[in-house]
Ligand binder design. Structure first.
Ligand SMILES: Nc1nc2c(ncn2[C@@H]2O[C@H](COP(=O)(O)OP(=O)(O)OP(=O)(O)O)[C@@H](O)[C@H]2O)c(=O)[nH]1
Ligand SMILES: [Mg+2]
Length: 503
């Protein structure tokens, strides 16, 4: 590196260098408070106070003006109303001095009895201390963000954690809240900054510096690798979407095979009408369930009777087909007894057509297995393997999953649920180690923009390095917007680290 280059660029670095550190503390003036535990009667309630006057609140409520609370240790105390001096409650307080608190500010938590009067008197007692006010919605978390305690993805993870209704949703939200996805994007961003920093240096000092074309090529190679990594993350097979909306499961099959009976059994309630009349279900009946910790939406559909002339039934069948095609897992129900009694010689077109539906995501369920007599088991086994073999050959499948159950006699329902869990865990947990789940449309949008910019960069980089470099900046902006607003001077930070220090 020649001296002129070094001097110039160190000057620019000095002029523009900004520490890539969390935002500076905001030092909000007012102290906020509110009930942090759920609303309503409870054993214990937690009231949280955050801000510069938190210690004053503690002094006033404990009536100990020279209290030196122990850090992050539960302390038993009596609490009083500062104006009336009446006892409000006896409970516990925990003192979290800045910066080691949720918001980064001084925080005190009051763990009090969870009765309505205790809670309202405690809130009133705190509000009587000068400089305090009730918090607005999400204000504690907002302060945590503004004070650099959490990035945006962690905050979104926290919100998902509070909304999680199944254990898998909880697991992913918890990971995200602890920074998994933020770190992943942050490391992509760092790689991108590093790769683009060389380009920046080349543009600014290309004539004087000893940065040759090989440097540009190297930077290009790294950028292609980053682009591919982001694209792979984007192609997550809708796992993130499924996590939020639930995996879609369709129950389909011929009329009267027991589809509605199955949805009722799985959801443990009478969600769909069951009757011996073929063609009972016309619309799609959906229930949201937690199967093995995974969120799912199961849809009961109209029986597939392809030869029907009934207009309403036809409409229902079209809806059933759509639901089938859009579902992640398809449960195709047959009435075993009906199959068993089919005349071997008859060329059943209806059945042949139904078999065409079955694909790799289908689990074939032979329901009403209670009706197959013990003495007919061998014959049934033979018939079943013929059908399965036929389906494999017909639809070119390597494997078909199947199970015999009885909804009415509760035969092998547990096994069916285990099979569903297995399919769901394969679907949700694949590649879990490789990259975190793409949990929000917002991330998808920024990442797509990022890939588009990188593609434009790759298109222009051999022709016009200035335009190409602009695309790199855009790509960086897109990815940074996921966790934090961008500071393009970060580029200079990298140049500073890689070239200047120690040289
Ligand atoms: N023996 C026996 N009967 C069953 C079983 N499951 C369902 N049934 C009966 O089969 C009949 C049809 O059940 P549904 O659940 O309404 O069948 P479906 O597939 O929803 O029928 P459609 O809505 O008309 O397509 C009812 O009389 C049920 O009681 C089973 O495992 N064994
Ligand atoms: Mg039905």
């Amino acid at each position: 590196m020649n001296r002129l280059f070094k001097r110039n660029y160190c000057k620019i670095v000095k002029d523009n260098y900004r520490e890539c550190a969390p935002p500076k503390f905001k030092f909000f003036k007012d102290t906020i408070f509110n009930l942090s535990s759920g609303v309503g009667k409870s054993g214990v309630a937690i009231v949280r106070v955050s801000g510069p006057d938190s210690k004053l609140v503690l002094k006033e409520l404990t009536k100990k003006s020279n209290i030196e609370p122990k850090e992050r240790l539960a302390t038993l105390s009596t609490f009083y109303h500062p104006k009336t001096n009446e006892q409000v409650d006896k409970g516990i307080f925990v003192w979290f001095p800045s910066p080691n608190s949720f918001t980064g500010e001084d925080v005190v938590e009051f763990h009090i009895h969870g009765g309505r009067a205790v809670i309202s008197e405690t809130l009133d007692a705190i509000s009587s201390v000068d400089g305090t006010r009730p918090s607005e919605q999400g204000e504690f978390t907002r302060r945590a963000f503004e004070n650099g305690k959490m990035d945006l993805t962690q905050i979104e993870g926290l919100s998902d954690l509070l909304d999680a209704s199944t254990s898998y949703q909880k697991k992913i939200a918890l990971k995200q809240m602890q920074g998994s996805i933020g770190q992943f994007y942050f490391s992509l961003r760092k790689d991108l900054i590093r790769a683009s920093a060389y380009m920046e240096a080349f543009i600014d000092f290309g004539d004087d510096a000893e940065i040759d074309n090989e440097t540009v090529e190297q930077s290009k190679r790294s950028i292609i690798a980053i682009r591919d990594k982001i694209q792979a993350h984007l192609d997550d097979g809708r796992r993130g979407e499924r996590l939020r909306d639930g995996a879609s499961i369709a129950i389909v099959g011929p009329p009267n095979s027991g589809k509605s009976s199955l949805i009722n059994l799985l959801s443990n309630r009478k969600a769909s009408i069951v009757s011996p009349i073929a063609g009972t279900t016309r619309d799609i009946v959906e229930v949201t369930l937690d199967i093995g910790g995974y969120p799912v939406v199961i849809g009961d559909t109209a029986g597939l009777r392809l030869s029907t002339n009934d207009i309403i039934e036809k409409e229902g069948i079209e809806m059933a087909k759509d639901r089938f095609n859009q579902s992640d897992i398809k449960l195709f129900l047959f009435d075993s007894n009906q199959l068993f009694n089919l005349d071997n010689n008859s060329n059943d077109n209806e059945l042949e057509n139904l078999l065409n539906f079955i694909d790799n995501e289908t689990i074939i369920i032979f329901n009403k297995f209670d009706l197959i007599k013990n003495s007919s088991q061998d014959k049934w086994s033979q018939l079943k393997s013929n059908i399965l073999e036929k389906i494999k050959t017909k639809n070119n499948l390597t494997n078909v999953q199947s199970i015999e159950i009885s909804c009415n006699e509760n035969i092998k329902i547990k096994e069916l649920i285990s099979l569903l869990k297995l399919n769901l865990s394969n679907m949700f947990e694949m590649n879990d180690q490789e990259s975190p789940l793409l949990t929000r449309a917002r991330y998808k949008q920024h990442l797509t923009e990022c890939v588009e910019s990188l593609d434009r960069y790759l298109y222009y980089c051999d022709e016009d390095i200035v335009i190409a470099s602009e695309e790199l900046r855009r790509a960086l902006l897109s990815i940074s917007a996921i966790t934090h607003p961008v500071d393009l001077n970060d580029l200079l930070d990298v140049i500073f680290r890689d070239f200047c220090i120690g040289k």
